[in-house]
Design a protein around this ligand. Structure first.
Ligand code: BTN
Length: 243
């Protein structure tokens, strides 16, 4: 198991490293105490999950799979911004590794068109669990999967505790900004928006919408030019690039 004690945590945050769990999001939830800044990291997840109930598979030792409990000050309506804050924290850590990363709204991190990180945000009562799966040392992926890793992008090994520390420190800062100073965060997201100018199809509720992405608005919403004019979406189940 990695030496998770080496992770340089933000002040007051606490980390629990386990060899195996079903999902680090559930590991955190089971701990019961909704402590802001509680982090769970696992070498292996037996039931890791992605968005829309998909399985999240990763090889032990190659990925970072961890979850963070956050108790934002702001109202629940602003919590969806936390997935943007998490994406930005990952993108910034990747930039420190020398990788130009972009954010695919609302919460994937891409290098070029390849996915390097997925984020699953789950609200539970008055707190939020942010689960992050980042490909760090993977050398290959199953055929047909458009994915990459820090190792593949930089050609060198990176210590997972070091990368995790970078993400957590950035996340700690940005998660405190979702209510005040959000423009600082949103401008950085806009600069890294992977979808700007792309034609996409998305599901919002039970409505399927197609349009060209005009960008990200100041509330973190996706701006889409559709046949009806410009529409904005604060949440969507799925955003797919049109061929
Ligand atoms: C997605 O892209 O669909 C989101 C993937 C999120 C995966 C992470 S790994 C750590 C945490 N535990 C889980 O079961 N899922 C998230």
């Amino acid at each position: 198991m990695s030496n998770w004690d080496e992770v340089a945590l933000p002040d007051g945050w606490e980390l629990r490293g386990v060899e195996e769990t079903d999902s680090t999001n559930d590991e955190i939830r089971r701990r019961g105490m909704a402590k802001h800044g509680l982090v769970a990291v696992a070498e292996r997840q037996t039931a890791g999950r992605g968005r829309r109930g998909a399985a999240w598979l990763s090889n032990p030792g190659e990925s970072l799979t961890f979850s963070v409990m956050l108790r934002p000050d702001g109202p629940k309506t602003l919590w969806s911004r936390l997935s943007l804050a998490a994406g930005l924290a990952v993108a910034e850590a990747l930039e420190t590794c020398g990788i130009e990363a972009r954010i695919k709204w609302p919460n994937d991190v891409l290098v070029g068109t390849k996915k390097i990180c997925g984020i699953l945000v789950e609200a539970v009562g008055d707190h939020v669990i942010v689960g992050i799966g980042l490909n760090v040392g993977s050398k290959s992926f199953p055929e047909g999967l458009k994915a990459t890793s820090i190792l593949l992008e930089t050609g060198r090994e990176w210590g997972r505790p070091e990368v995790m520390g970078m993400i957590l420190r950035s996340l700690s800062g940005w998660s405190g900004e979702i209510e005040k100073g959000f423009p600082n965060l949103i401008v950085r997201i806009q600069e890294r928006c992977a979808l700007s100018g792309e034609k996409v199809r998305l599901m919002s509720g039970d409505r399927m919408v197609e349009g060209r992405v005009a960008g990200i608005g100041m509330a973190g919403e996706l701006l889409l030019e559709t046949e009806q004019g410009q529409e904005c979406f604060l949440q969507a189940h799925e955003v797919r690039l049109c061929d």
